[in-house]
Design a protein around this ligand. Structure first.
Ligand code: HEM
Length: 323
């Protein structure tokens, strides 16, 4: 009797501990490094300004990097791991082969490490770098709650980012599975207001001369610029996604979508799809609303599936696990 009561009490104790641990929700917090590395944000921004001065084109690349990191295993810096002979990584998966800016992340992280060794995660560093990129390109300033941890897994086979030729229904489903509404998905596609694409991502559209979804003048110009034959990635030309203002976060890409002047099929389809067309038209007509929403939804993107508390680790070098 005594023994069974003892076990009963022990069980209650264990359950109580388990409940208290699981209800101890750790939330990202803007002041996360206030005591451990108070200058973290300023250090990242200063280091980024130096990098922008050297190469303006890295700002769009880092915005895209955040998307590719956060959509696979959450925002845990898993995209940054360099594969070894023994271990694959997301970096080798096809959509990630055109990512740029890994060297910039390593550089900025080195500066952060010098200020606060082993404190600021690579996932937080990228979230800040992407924010600073948006602001550098004229987007609205936004807060980045911090406290992400770096993941201990990175697998090429887990990279299931939508392809540029994926039907929009599939794209909407992929974004919905990460918690984004159709409106938020349209806002995020507005990321294509900056940066460039290789011709490989849309050359097949040039060949379908009568599919009626690309403006004829654009098709002619792009055929001249890209050629009709596939090329090795290093030889493949690149074209600006929003050629009028390729380094400004603005709503021009929505006007392009409505005028059949988007290079990527996914953007083009957003202008005519029953679920997204209204959002595209709204943002094409509302520059200020887009600027605000873009920053809000980028902040949300940076919270997808984050690791917190004592999960994962804080990497010293972003491209390799600590051990
Ligand atoms: C279905 C969703 C998406 C697809 C299929 C897609 C596809 C692509 C492709 C094919 C490129 C060109 C890559 C290259 O050839 O170098 C690109 C570039 C880019 N994407 Fe997306 N994208 C999507 C969503 C997003 C989101 C959510 C963002 C962020 C908000 C984003 C931001 C960018 C940026 C900034 C670039 C230019 C990168 C650079 O200049 O290096 N994309 N995207």
């Amino acid at each position: 009797m005594r023994v069974s009561m003892y076990y009963h009490l022990l069980l209650q104790f264990v359950v109580a501990i388990a409940i208290s641990r699981s209800s101890c929700v750790v939330a990202l917090d803007v002041g996360y490094y206030a005591s451990t590395c108070p200058g973290a944000e300023a250090t990242v921004r200063q280091a980024m300004e130096q990098q922008f001065y050297n190469d303006n084109t890295i700002a769009p690349a880092l915005i895209r990097m955040l998307f590719h990191d956060c959509f696979v295993r959450g925002c845990d810096a898993s995209v940054m791991i360099i594969p070894t002979a023994a271990r694959s990584s997301e970096r080798v998966a096809i959509p990630n082969q055109t990512l740029r800016g890994f060297n910039i992340i390593d550089r900025v992280k080195k500066v952060v490490e010098a200020a606060c060794p082993g404190v600021v995660s690579c996932a937080d560093t990228l979230a800040l770098m992407a924010r600073d990129s948006v602001v550098h390109l004229g987007g609205a300033e936004y807060d980045v709650p911090l406290g992400r941890r770096d993941g201990l897994q990175s697998n090429a086979w887990e990279v299931n980012l939508p392809a540029p030729f994926a039907p929009l229904d599939d794209v909407l489903a992929a974004f919905a599975s990460k918690g984004f509404s159709a409106e938020e998905t349209v806002v995020l596609l507005g990321g294509h207001t900056v940066g460039a694409t290789h011709c490989a991502a849309f050359r097949y559209r040039l060949r379908n001369a009568d599919d009626g979804t690309m403006d004829e003048n654009l098709r002619r110009d792009m055929t001249a610029a890209c050629g009709m034959s596939d090329m090795a990635p290093e030889d493949d030309p690149t074209e600006f996604l929003d050629p009028g203002t390729p380094f400004v976060v603005d709503n021009a890409c929505f006007g392009q979508m409505m005028g059949n002047r988007s290079l990527l099929q996914v953007d083009q389809e957003a202008a005519t799809h029953a679920i997204t067309a209204g959002h595209v038209a709204y943002y094409a007509a509302s520059p200020d609303a887009f600027l605000l929403r873009f920053s809000e939804v980028m902040a949300k993107l940076a919270t997808v599936g984050v690791l917190e508390g004592d999960a994962g680790e804080v990497r010293k070098v972003c491209s390799a696990y600590n051990k």
